[in-house]
Design a protein around this ligand. Structure first.
Ligand code: UDP
Length: 462
């Protein structure tokens, strides 16, 4: 550990994120990488768990700032509009206070897209601002084009149109993020993204949780258009690279969905043949409807393969209340939470049925596991397009007329991945990305070089 005087000589950066798991995890891991390049790194978030955590994790100083909401406010499932409103009102003052009381001169302040006001706080302190783009560069390219009106996008009268953007395959409405479609009802996300992309001049750097070898064409196109985008990923736990992750133990304090199931999952997987198990998870935000749970269960019964299924239920519901889950429980393991990155790294897992959240997707690519993509909203439809048409590491399951994923159709897709004529191709492509991901973050790899360059630029400016 460095002494106080050494710390004072280090170039300092401040990272700011909201509490959501899909934001805080990559930000903490990126912080650790920046610290490994000799920077003094502070990560601040509104996550209440930080109030009780030690103030330093793997060389990263953790600080709490208040979002202005009462402590007992439900930040996980509560009203997102109320949250953003309070954060926008109280966040700037509380962050400014934190910066002033730190006594540090930061060389850069870095935010995630959910905190666009951080760029204005940084400007007040005359500190350059950077952003961590926590989704695909593909999605960044689409939003930039949409919010800056660079291309025509689908409207109610033109839903069949194809969108052609540099570095990307032709995209149809079903491949686009839900926020750019006329059917979008999430005005909060729309206005946040608009704020970010109409004010890109406020950001000197954009660090992306992707890697060159994964999205080469679009990253090159974005850079050629003069937009900053430095791929520094995959920003995932070291366990996915077969290494111990010092940060993981501490991260558990910030894990909202811990469960005693964790050890069970790995012990259960140990008992199965290589590449024989189907893993199913729809991330941290989506609750599946009763009908959806029943349909998937019916598909699993038809499939007859062992499965590990994360069923996220509201607090007041138990899996036992679903008769069909009781019927199939001998065939697999049903949990409320899984140690996903350890599961994906386990040799028994042969296919992942996923909602295609970007964190899940980049973890899956890093683990080299083929997928069945079941996108729902936000960037997930675009991520699914990458899975099927760009990387060719899986197939997409479309929702049926009732708006749910049909279980028997899911079973057919899983068979296609695990035993169909293209099975070998999916496995080969997945293995190729697994190798490329390792190379990108290894010393001198494409992402490692970008982190080093970023650290060097900051050090030379400060
Ligand atoms: N996750 C996990 N166990 C679970 C479900 C999810 O560890 O049972 C983790 C997963 O590894 C990923 C994150 O939660 O890092 C979910 O982020 P993602 O972007 O995939 O989806 P979101 O939850 O934001 O929709």
């Amino acid at each position: 550990m460095s002494s106080i005087s050494e710390e004072n000589q280090q170039t300092s950066v401040l990272l700011v994120t909201v509490h959501a798991q899909g934001h805080i995890n990559p930000m903490l891991r990126l912080s650790k990488r920046l610290a490994s390049k000799g920077l003094h790194v502070t990560l601040t978030t509104n996550d209440l768990a930080l109030k009780n955590l030690s103030s330093t994790v793997a060389g990263v100083h953790l600080e709490y700032f208040s979002d202005g909401l009462p402590e007992d406010h439900d930040r996980l499932n509560g009203d997102i509009d109320a949250f953003e409103k309070s954060l926008g009102k109280f966040g700037p003052g509380n962050l400014s206070h934190l910066i002033r009381s730190s006594g540090r001169k930061f060389a850069c302040i870095i935010n995630t897209p959910f905190l666009p006001w951080v760029a204005d706080v940084a400007a007040e302190f005359e500190v350059p601002c950077g952003m961590v783009w926590i989704q695909a560069c593909t999605v960044y390219q689409i939003y930039n084009s949409f919010y800056n009106r660079l291309n025509e996008f689908p409207t109610e009268n033109n839903l069949d149109m194809c969108l052609d953007l540099p570095g990307l395959p032709s995209l149809r409405a079903e491949d686009l993020p839900s926020f750019v479609l006329p059917s979008n009802t999430m005005s909060t996300f729309d206005s946040i993204l608009k704020d970010v992309f109409c004010n890109m001049h406020k950001y000197k750097w954009v660090l992306g949780n992707s890697f060159m070898e994964l999205e080469k064409d679009v990253i090159t196109a974005v850079n050629d258009a003069g937009l900053p985008f430095w791929p520094v990923g995959p920003i995932v736990p070291a366990t996915l690279f077969g290494k111990e992750d010092a940060i993981d133990g501490d991260l558990k304090g910030l894990n909202k969905f811990k469960s005693t199931d964790e050890i069970d999952c790995l012990e259960w997987l140990d008992k199965h043949q290589p590449a024989s198990v189907l893993y199913i998870s729809f991330g941290t935000l989506l609750f599946l409807s009763e009908k959806q749970i029943e349909s998937i269960a019916t598909g699993l019964k038809v499939l007859k393969r062992p499965f590990l299924w994360v069923v996220k239920l509201p607090e007041n519901q138990e899996t036992q209340q679903f008769g069909i889950l009781e019927e199939i429980k001998e065939q697999g393991l049903i949990v409320r939470w899984s140690p996903q990155t350890a599961v994906l790294s386990h040799p028994s897992v042969g296919c992942f049925v996923s909602h295609c959240g970007w964190n899940s997707l980049i973890e899956t690519v890093t683990a080299g596991v083929p997928m069945v993509a079941c996108p729902q909203w936000s960037d997930q439809p675009t991520n699914a397009k990458l899975v099927t048409d760009v990387w060719c590491v899986g197939v997409k399951l479309k929702r049926n007329q009732e708006g749910i994923f049909d279980g028997e159709e899911m079973a057919r897709c899983v068979e296609e991945i695990m035993a169909g004529p293209r099975s070998e191709e999916f496995r080969k492509n997945s293995a190729e990305f697994k190798r490329a991901a390792r190379e990108a973050v290894a010393d001198g790899g494409s992402s490692d070089k970008n982190i080093q360059l970023f650290a060097d630029v900051l050090s030379s400016c400060s």
